[in-house]
Ligand binder design. Structure first.
Ligand code: CO
Length: 656
């Protein structure tokens, strides 16, 4: 395409773009890359780690009215394999020029998909690697899988400044085998990604290959169960949601969808319609970072951990979904438009799945004297995407309910990370899941960033604990307990841990709005399953991913603070992100607050997690607390039951 230095002022709406928060279209990606390449003279050594929408300032978005003109900007992170230099850039698609070009010293951008495959090829061509395989009697290099893992940062001087990965190896017996059944234990190729060159091949000693295939694909299963009858979800009148561009409306909920290479799905402007006006709940919600630290301290295993956003980018690793397999019912898919490291647009068709699910009973009461029943069925809107990060799968699910509840759930599946151990040995830092196959112990931590706007941007955060009153004259029977609400006024005071024993949760309250009872309108964050970090406070992952050391963090909104462990996690020594920002101990009282919630799972593998893991779940909920004056779901109509029966409503005159 041709680039003109001066484009005419563009105020008309571009194809596929109708709102300032719409993700970049493929055409915009192509155009922005061409502008940057031309103006900065970027050659083939340049890799494009990120090309994404430069999200407009909040005031621009909040002030936007349909039909208003708006600027389009692309945000870039690019790096040069020759010089190992990283730059951030902003390109204006509106003016057709580079707005900023900033050198970011001493960082390593995420490892890109192209580098993974180039690294595998480089390792397979390395004589030292072929020798290490030969020592194990492995001749067919084509059947070896080479998974590159970030080197992390362990303060090792000679690794500084290098773009390093430590690869792990597995051997397949056939092309469609479970790739992770036979770890080639002890061989670790160390690769400089800038030169795409194997620096050395570590050999920590030979362990025999585990004997079993661990195959799970349909072609390997002999006897499928025969007693499953069809289950079909039909919505003869179609789904109850509407989609305009990237805006979704479902019953009283509305939101905008975004997508980027690092975070994947982003939800913007989540609101609930009440008496004809949309009341804001959250301005922006996304996963901010995650880390999976493994517990094996031995020389060839201590590096094993993965920051899947900051080191790899879950948007880039998103699956293209298949109708009826990943989601059931009347599905609406959104495609994601990302890019490769040369700046070419890459489309992930059907990246985001949206559908409705029946969710059992919404509310119910039977008057046992009259036999009168009132019951309503619950339905939820599901917005989700699924990623594959090497051996593991993560599904990220947002649920919106008719009573104003929002739930976030992560589904964990895929294949366990595996090591080989000698016959007869019992692993200390893992579980034997098949003969001679060890699944190392690990934890999965996730941090979500919730830019709250409960009835407006100015909110305060409170912690609520149930407190047992000491026995005394005013509590003679010892049964007294009450809810205690404590303001979290500053960043340091708002770093909190979960406490299931006191029913601890956190309330985000409007500073100005009250419900009919005079209470501040609020939403509460209630923890679900969660765990504590098992790492020493000085451990590398504790420093690099300090977000795991507290379950709750609260910061005042700052547009550049989006990643809990900082923007450049790959090989970073640590201290960036939340621990750095919160040193200022800013006020979060009557402020535009951002909640950062860390949750996770301690994964002690089971034999049943092998050869492919049934989904494990973790998440949390956000529920209205005095946001409404009463149950907001009284207006959900009774549904009709089977064979025309009426599901318990006064209007139907149904009785038990
Ligand atoms: Co796990």
């Amino acid at each position: 395409m041709t680039i003109t230095a001066q484009r005419p002022e563009q105020t008309d709406i571009r194809a596929g773009v109708s709102h300032p928060l719409d993700p970049l279209t493929p055409e915009e990606i192509t155009e922005a890359v061409a502008i940057l390449k031309a103006e900065r003279g970027l050659g083939k050594e340049t890799r494009f780690e990120t090309v994404t929408l430069n999200e407009p300032p909040k005031e621009v978005v909040l002030g936007y009215r349909p039909g208003d003109p708006f600027d389009r900007e692309a945000f870039f992170i690019v790096f040069d394999n020759r010089t190992s230099e990283t730059h951030e850039a902003v390109v204006s698609l509106t003016s057709g020029g580079v707005v900023s070009w900033t050198h970011i010293p001493g960082v390593q951008p995420r490892i890109t998909l192209d580098e993974f495959s180039e690294c595998e090829a480089a390792v397979k061509a390395d004589p030292g690697f072929i020798e290490a395989l030969a020592r194990r009697g492995i001749a067919d290099v084509d059947m070896v899988m080479v998974d590159a893992w970030s080197a992390g940062n362990f303060g090792i001087e000679e690794e500084e400044g290098l773009r390093l990965v430590f690869a792990r190896l597995w051997l397949k017996m056939g092309p469609n085998d479970n790739g992770y059944a036979r770890p080639i234990e002890g061989v670790i190729p160390v690769v400089d990604l800038n030169r795409m060159e194997v620096l050395r091949v570590e050999d920590h000693g030979i362990v025999p290959l585990p004997p079993n295939d661990g195959n799970y694909a349909a072609e390997y299963v002999k006897d499928f169960r025969q007693d499953i009858k069809p289950l079909e979800i039909t919505q003869p009148e179609g789904p109850s949601f509407t989609v305009e561009g990237n805006k979704v409306s479902w019953q009283k909920w509305s939101m905008r969808l975004g997508f980027n290479p690092r975070e994947g799905l982003v939800l913007h402007e989540i609101g609930y319609e009440d008496s004809g006006r949309v009341r804001p709940v959250m301005y922006r919600a996304s996963l901010s970072e995650m880390v999976v630290p493994y517990g094996d301290p031995r020389p060839h295993n201590f590096r094993r951990n993965a920051f899947d956003l900051g080191e790899y980018g879950i948007g880039m690793l998103t699956n293209s979904l298949v109708l009826g397999c990943d989601c059931l019912g009347e599905i609406y898919y959104f495609d994601a438009h990302l890019h490769d490291t040369r700046g070419n647009p890459v489309k992930i068709p059907n990246a985001i799945c949206m559908h409705e699910e029946d969710y059992g009973v919404l509310w119910k009461h039977t008057d046992w004297r009259t036999g009168h029943v009132e019951v309503r069925r619950s339905r939820r809107l599901v917005v989700s995407f699924f990623t594959t990060v090497g051996n593991y799968e993560y599904g990220f699910y947002w649920y919106f309910y008719q009573d104003g509840t929002i739930e976030y759930e992560i589904k964990m599946s895929g294949i366990l990370h595996t090591s080989a151990i000698a016959q007869g040995e019992t692993p200390e830092y893992g579980t034997l899941v098949a003969p001679q196959l060890n699944a190392p112990i690990h934890q999965h931590f996730f941090n979500v960033r919730l830019d709250m706007s409960v009835d407006g941007d100015i909110n305060s955060v409170y912690e609520v604990n149930a407190v047992a009153k000491p026995r005394g004259p005013d509590n003679p029977q010892g049964n007294a307990f009450y809810a205690e609400k404590t303001l979290l006024p500053t960043e340091s005071k708002a770093q909190r841990m979960i406490n299931p024993e006191s029913g601890r949760h956190w309330l985000v309250s409007s500073s100005s709005e009250r419900n009919a009872l005079g209470q501040p309108t609020s939403y509460k964050l209630t923890p679900g399953d969660n765990t504590h970090s098992m790492l020493h406070p000085d451990a590398s992952v504790s420093r690099r991913g300090a977000f795991i050391t507290k379950h709750l963090w609260v910061t005042p909104y700052a547009p550049d603070e989006k990643a809990a462990a900082g923007d450049y996690v790959n090989q970073h020594p640590g201290g960036d992100g939340l621990p750095a920002w919160t040193q200022a101990d800013r006020s979060v009282q009557d402020a535009d607050v951002v909640l950062w919630y860390t949750f996770g799972m301690t994964h002690i593998a089971r034999p049943e997690d092998w050869p492919v893991m049934p989904v494990a779940y973790t998440g949390f909920t956000m529920k209205p607390v005095g946001f409404f004056d009463m149950n907001p779901a009284l207006d959900v109509p009774p549904s009709s039951g089977h064979n025309g029966a009426c599901c318990g409503s006064a209007a139907c005159g149904c009785h038990a």
